[in-house]
Write a protein that binds this ligand. Structure first.
Ligand code: NDP
Length: 285
């Protein structure tokens, strides 16, 4: 039997619809959520992501403020802008599109963002809060994956969860969220031995490596839930994930497609965090 395909686009549309109603309600109370989006340089993929985020803001009624900065901007100038946005009352969330040019230290830039406007949840304080089980904002991609898992009726508790990839953006926070729902979590990386066998133990397999179709059907336990985070553009321009969809879907019970799986959910969660940031600010006043 073929796997059920989890439609992230549909779920993201539903969540954005709910957020739109919430934003209308907030506006009646004079609370106007706003998101500042900073992009440095001309990376085409970053431009696509930034445009998608701005479009989502428009759909929901969140004000977006774009700062498109020259590739050669200094780290100091970028941090000065962040300090300015930290003080700007119209801005509830600050998003710096990664990656940044090599001459800019990403850690220092993220560190400059006000923790209450850190809607990507990349600031060490927000990372730490997730770690101790008291998150203020959930990191967007892993949070979107948890929503997909929940929507499809899968209970994480007691399940063998394998996360392939240990980046600060996806792999590590993903492991934390699965752990917080009582999954038994294994994290794999480029030095993991016999990764195929480790993946095969998983009831829930999350793959975030950035290697086109690395995980084949043979890596998957029959009936497993497979979440493919990867976004890889092949030479023929085709977009594929980190999982070989065709072979995986004959073995998994549930699988996310690329595109249309995790990607749209990431943006929906960013919107959710921005609305949350606006609410937190109004409560603090
Ligand atoms: P990173 O490059 O930061 O991390 C990749 C991770 O994969 C590393 O931990 C690395 O291990 C591990 N890895 C690389 N090669 C192998 C291998 N052969 N075997 C096992 N592990 C390996 O990537 P990200 O986490 O930022 O992104 C991963 C993918 O997800 C990319 O395709 C990216 O485009 C996509 N992505 C999609 C998003 C969405 O919304 N859909 C959001 C964010 C990312 P090591 O640490 O040892 O080097």
């Amino acid at each position: 039997m073929e796997a059920k395909v989890l439609n992230g686009k549909e779920l993201a549309t539903k969540i954005k619809g709910e957020l739109k109603l919430e934003v209308e309600e907030l506006k009646r109370k004079n609370i106007n959520p706003g998101l500042a989006v900073i992009i440095v340089g001309n990376d085409p993929a970053s431009r696509v992501y930034v445009n998608a985020k701005k479009k989502a803001c428009e759909e929901i009624g969140i004000q977006s403020f774009e700062y498109a900065l020259d590739e050669n901007i200094s780290e100091e100038e970028l941090i000065d802008l962040i300090h300015k946005l930290n003080k700007d009352d119209k801005v509830n969330g600050i998003l710096v599109q990664l990656p940044l040019p090599k001459h800019i230290n990403e850690d220092r830039v993220i560190f400059a963002i006000d923790i209450n406007k850190d809607v990507d949840a990349f600031h060490p304080v927000n990372v730490g809060r997730l770690m101790i089980g008291d998150p203020q904002f959930l990191p967007c991609t892993p949070a979107g994956i948890m929503e997909l898992i929940k929507e499809s009726g899968i209970d994480v508790e007691g399940k063998e969860c394998v996360v392939v990839g240990r980046s600060n953006i996806v792999g590590k926070p993903m492991a934390m969220l699965l752990l917080s729902k009582n999954g038994t979590v294994t994290v794999c990386h480029s030095k993991t031995k016999d990764i195929e066998e480790v993946c095969k133990r998983a009831d829930i397999l999350v793959v975030a490596v950035g290697r086109p179709e690395m995980v084949k059907g043979s890596y998957i336990k029959p009936g497993a839930v497979v979440i493919d985070v990867g976004v890889n553009r092949l030479e023929n321009k085709k977009l594929v994930g980190d999982v070989e969809f065709e072979s995986a879907k004959t073995i998994a019970s549930t699988i996310t497609p690329v595109p249309g799986g995790v990607g749209p959910m990431t943006i929906a969660m960013l919107m959710k965090n921005t609305v949350k940031a606006a609410k937190l600010k109004s409560q603090a006043q």
